[in-house]
Design a protein around this ligand. Sequence first.
Ligand code: OSB
Ligand code: MG
Length: 373
Amino acid sequence: MRLSGVELRRIRIPLVSPFRTSFATETEREVLFVRVLGEDAEGWGECVAITEPLYSPEYVDGAEQVIRDFLLPRLPADVTAPALGPAFAPVKGHAMAKAAVEMAVLDAELRGVGMSYAAYLGGIRDRVSTGVSVGIMDSIPELLDHVTGYLAEGYARIKLKIQPGWDVDPVRAVRERFGDILLQVDANTAYTRADTRHLADLDPFELLFIEQPLPEEDLLGHATLASALTTPICLDESIVSAQAAADALSLGACSVINVKAGRVGGYLEARRIHDVSMAHGVPVWCGGMLETGLGRAANLAFAALPGCTLPGDVSASDRYYSQDVTEPFRLVDGLMTVPSGPGLGVEPLMDVLDAMTESKRFVRLPQSRTGSS
Ligand code: OSB
Ligand code: MG
């Protein structure tokens, strides 16, 4: 597929309620979209980098610059999604920037041939069970109110964000109030190895798992922690590639994996992590980064894969945004429908997107380039 140009578009979109984690309180999202113009179709990619480098080293301004200055000049003249890995390999890191370009190229490619993202990735479900990620709150009554609302809407499991000072008490309160629900927690690296005994206090609550308690680099610490707890360990931030997933599984650092295509450089690498995990008999699930409807469409395709046997963080549009950039995704009987149309299977609402747009840059691609610069 030949591309004539690429649009880099930045929007600002308010969240329905503040989302507080151990690393930030977000009240809105600044989102970078990559729109590629192909011969037969255009394609959209959403970059999951957040405003500041607090979840990973990437941040949205940096991602935009990397895409513009280092990735777009490396696009092969005749591009396919599988060719991007090798083309971008000389650029170290910047998985979220790379993933956004890949998502757009794959969308355009699939729209051109009439195939859905889910069909391309190997999805086997047309609807998926899903959960909701609940931020840190000011009080336990406020938390219980939010959880009550999400369960009433039909979400299949609850994930609580935790940090030192907000962990055992909220977990106990949710367990006592709601009984035998599917419940898990996410620490976003907020603990250290010295917290092992404290984290063991979560064991009686029979959580599905604790997600990323220790720093990203600390695979060995997670392996040691895993043998000290009965609560399983799930890794998110640490799983930066299929290689990292294989290493973590071999070390016993986790027994569940959260897959985010943005964190690992795109859906092709995400699919490889899924395959490695399945080969180890380890369940995976689709993580989320508060994506808009465009990113959510691709996440739903991923969540349809056979190894995604746990509910994902792929909630309905109204959990995040009162006005999404696509037709809203809805939860029906506790399930979300996997888009089946060509490519992402959803279209951006251009008037909505335009109204939220803060900047737009068009990069024309020279047609004579070799792509090996
Ligand atoms: O750790 O899963 C995380 C959002 C931003 C950064 C990190 C994380 C999250 C979420 C959001 O938990 C989940 C969602 O998109 O619903
Ligand atoms: Mg996480």
